[in-house]
Design a protein around this ligand. Structure first.
Ligand code: FES
Length: 267
C-alpha cells in the first residue's frame, strides 16, 4: 500500500536542483536530474552521514563523510555496502509527492542501534549510533565520533535488551566503542591544556581588541582538536585568532564556539 506525502511544488525543483525534506522523521533528498525527480534517504548506509549533501557527478553522489558512492536513480551502492533507500516520486499537477510506504533498492534492515550520550565540556546531549549492538550501560565511558572529532562521552541510555535496530531514530554521531584501559590512559597522557589555551586565547583576543571573552576550553580525545568557548558576538575576526592560536599549540586544529542562550538579565 502506498502512502503519498506532498513535499513541494515542481517549480521549486527545477532541473539540476536538489533539496532536503524531513518526512515521517526521516531526511529525504530529492534530485531533479534532467527533468526527472529522484528521492533517496539522506542517511548514508555506511555510518549515517548526510549523503544528500555530497558531491554529485552525473547520477553518482559521494557521501561527504567517508566517500561512499551511490547511484541516486537506483540507490545502488558502488562500494561493498548496502544500497541507499529510494522512494518513488509522483507528480500530480504542480505537486511533488513521495511514496514513503514503498521503498526501492533498499536494504529493509538498515536500522541502527541508538544510544544517548553526554559529551564535551558544556555537556552536550545527543544520540550516537552503531550498526552493531555495543554492550554498555548507563554511566559507561564511550568513545564517539561527532562532528567535532573523536571524543569521550558518558553513556546516558542504551537500547533495551531485546530491542532491535531502529530505522526511526537518527543519530547525529557514531558510537565507536566502550572506552578501554588504553583509551583511559590516552586521556591521561593528553594532559590538561585548559589554562594554557585560555591564557593564549585571551592574549590574542585582547591584542585584536575583540569584545569577546574566552570562558572555557577543551582538548578532544583525538589530541588534535582544541575547542575554545566564548561569550560575545560571533565575528569573522576570530578566524585569524584561531590560526595564531593553532601555531602556539603545535598546529592543533582550533575551533571557537560561542556559548548561546545565556540569560544575561540582571537578577
Ligand atoms: S557515513 Fe557515508 S561514507 Fe561514511
Amino acid at each position: 500500500m502506498s502512502q503519498l506525502i506532498r513535499v513541494d511544488q515542481t517549480d521549486q525543483l527545477p532541473a539540476g536542483a536538489r533539496k532536503l525534506y524531513t518526512v515521517e522523521n526521516r531526511q529525504i533528498a530529492i534530485f531533479n536530474l534532467s527533468g526527472t525527480l529522484y528521492a533517496v534517504d539522506n542517511h548514508c548506509t555506511h555510518r549515517d552521514g548526510p549523503v544528500g549533501a555530497g558531491e554529485l557527478n552525473d547520477v553518482v553522489i559521494t557521501c561527504p563523510w567517508h566517500g561512499w558512492r551511490f547511484n541516486v536513480t537506483s540507490g545502488h551502492c558502488l562500494e561493498d555496502g548496502p544500497d541507499l533507500r529510494c522512494y518513488p516520486v509522483h507528480v500530480e499537477g504542480n505537486d511533488v509527492l513521495i511514496d514513503v510506504a514503498t521503498t526501492v533498492g533498499s536494504n529493509s534492515d538498515d536500522g541502527i542501534y541508538c544510544y544517548l550520550v553526554r559529551y564535551g565540556a558544556l555537556g552536550h546531549v545527543g544520540r550516537v549510533g552503531s550498526i552493531n549492538r555495543v554492550p554498555c550501560r548507563r554511566g559507561d565511558r564511550v568513545v564517539v565520533n561527532t562532528d567535532r572529532g573523536v571524543e569521550l562521552a558518558e553513556l546516558l541510555e542504551a537500547p533495551k535488551d531485546g530491542a532491535g535496530r531502529s530505522s526511526q531514530e537518527r543519530p547525529t554521531a557514531e558510537l565507536l566503542r566502550v572506552a578501554t584501559d588504553e583509551d583511559r590512559q590516552q586521556e591521561v597522557d593528553l594532559g590538561d591544556l585548559h589554562e594554557e589555551v585560555l591564557k593564549a586565547s585571551e592574549e590574542l583576543i585582547s591584542q585584536r581588541g575583540l569584545s569577546i571573552t574566552a570562558v572555557d576550553a577543551e582538548q578532544l580525545f583525538d589530541g588534535q582538536t582544541i575547542i575554545v568557548y566564548y561569550l560575545g558576538e560571533s565575528t569573522e575576526k576570530l578566524g585569524p585568532v584561531a590560526v595564531e592560536l593553532s601555531k602556539t599549540l603545535e598546529n592543533r586544529r582550533v575551533q571557537f564556539q560561542p556559548i548561546e542562550n545565556i540569560d544575561s538579565t540582571e537578577p
